[in-house]
Design a protein around this ligand. Structure first.
Ligand SMILES: [Zn+2]
Length: 408
């Protein structure tokens, strides 16, 4: 059976992983930074070297296209994202993009021309670390998010997505979605411990979890830290701290099926000698069952009301998004299982906790998310690691999945 070139894929991962490298082996390559720009440039170069025609749309999504025998047919796509968290690892994202590129090279070397065209994709701002929401490029491509709204998103320094996209010269002119896609494959590290613990190489992802994401503000009163009488103080940071602690408690009470954590916090005026009047923070809740996520959400809302009543502070919700599970296409899941078995790779069906661009693509075409194990289930960390063998196994599954779809 045809295989991808494992050592070339590994070499690409390590070479790409030198862009935005951190001391412990991780990456800092948030969306539309100079590091992201440089990683894109290298990817585009490799695509052209592999004979792919590169196009870029108005979100900076990059497509490396390999013509089909009937090039009027919708393409089979495969890819992921080159942006990372800060800090992030070398595999969360880049593995899916570079494995798809390796698939195109392998077909080229084998002299195989498929019936349908194939496109290798790099989606912009999957991580949402700098600009919110995450999964942004694929969301606009799939008609789930307005282009202007995405361009208006600002980072914490107030820089606009649209301005930063133009700054790095990746505001392209290719059609912004709205075109038919045959199917989409995304290879990704599991970002969890299940495959590694079970000694299984391939995860055929069936569906995702229930989740709630919220941006919340706590409002108090600005005052002098030294002179304001203690019992009159209304410190927004205290309200945020208490609610953040309550969110953690709710997450622990519902573990392991449920999880809840606050992440970002900004405080105003963020000055040593002022009592903060405003604290803004974000949190996420996740659960395998709908009843579970609703219960966790209700417990957090109840804690918020109690804290407000006890402290005299008030809370407001800036954004609250609820996400129901995405279900992937049964024929694509079954194809992944079949291909893995033909390659003599162990495979199991599983759910994903994190969100992926595949969620958005599943709304417009048959889609499958393919997982490979990562060490200790760690990601969004410099310690993230996937073995060369597992990277290659995942790429081989995508190769044969893409081939089957493109030649049917
Ligand atoms: Zn990712």
């Amino acid at each position: 059976m045809l295989r991808t070139n494992a050592s070339r894929l590994w070499s690409d991962l390590m070479t790409q992983g030198a862009i935005g490298a951190l001391p412990l082996g991780g990456l800092d390559r948030m969306s539309l930074t100079d590091g992201d720009r440089d990683a894109r440039g290298l990817f585009a170069h490799w695509c052209r070297e592999a004979g792919l025609v590169v196009s870029i749309d108005g979100m900076g999504n990059m497509f490396g296209r390999r013509a089909g025998l009937d090039d009027s047919l919708p393409p089979v796509m495969a890819g992921s994202h080159l942006d990372t968290q800060s800090p992030g690892g070398k595999f969360d994202g880049p593995l899916g993009v570079l494995a798809a590129l390796e698939v195109a090279r392998t077909l080229h070397e084998a002299g195989i021309v498929t019936k349908r065209p194939i496109e290798v994709v790099n989606w912009t701002n999957e991580e949402g670390a700098r600009f919110s929401p995450g999964l942004m490029g694929s969301a606009v491509f799939a008609g789930q998010l307005d282009l202007a709204a995405a361009h208006a998103s600002t980072d914490r320094a107030g820089l606009r997505f649209g301005d930063e996209l133009r700054r790095i010269r990746y505001a392209g002119h290719a059609p912004m979605g709205g075109r038919p896609v045959d199917s989409y494959f995304e290879l990704h590290i599991e970002q969890g411990p299940l495959l590694e613990a079970a000694g299984i190489t391939i995860g055929a992802v069936t569906h995702s979890h229930y989740s709630v994401f919220a941006d919340v503000e706590c409002h108090g009163a600005n005052a002098h830290t030294q002179s304001e009488p203690m019992l009159r103080r209304r410190n927004a940071l205290v309200g945020a701290a208490r609610l953040i602690e309550a969110i953690d408690r709710v997450g622990r009470a519902h573990a392991p099926a449920g999880s809840a954590s606050a992440t970002v916090i900004d405080v105003w005026p963020n000055n040593r000698i002022n009592i903060p009047h405003r604290a803004a923070f974000s949190y996420g809740v996740m659960h395998s069952d709908e009843a579970g996520v609703l219960a966790m959400d209700a417990e957090i809302e109840a804690a918020r009301a109690t804290i407000a009543a006890e402290t005299g502070l008030s809370f407001s919700t800036v954004v609250k998004r609820r996400r129901d599970p995405i279900h992937f296409d049964e024929t694509m899941i079954a194809l992944t299982e079949t291909v893995a078995a033909e390659l003599a790779l162990s495979v199991q069906r599983m759910r994903t906790r994190p969100g992926h661009d595949a969620f958005n693509m599943s709304r417009i075409c048959p889609t499958e998310l393919v997982f490979v194990p990562c060490r200790d289930g760690i990601s969004h960390s410099e310690l993230e690691w996937c073995t060369p063998e597992h990277c290659a196994a995942g790429a081989d599954v995508v190769l044969h999945g893409v081939l089957a779809r493109a030649n049917r």
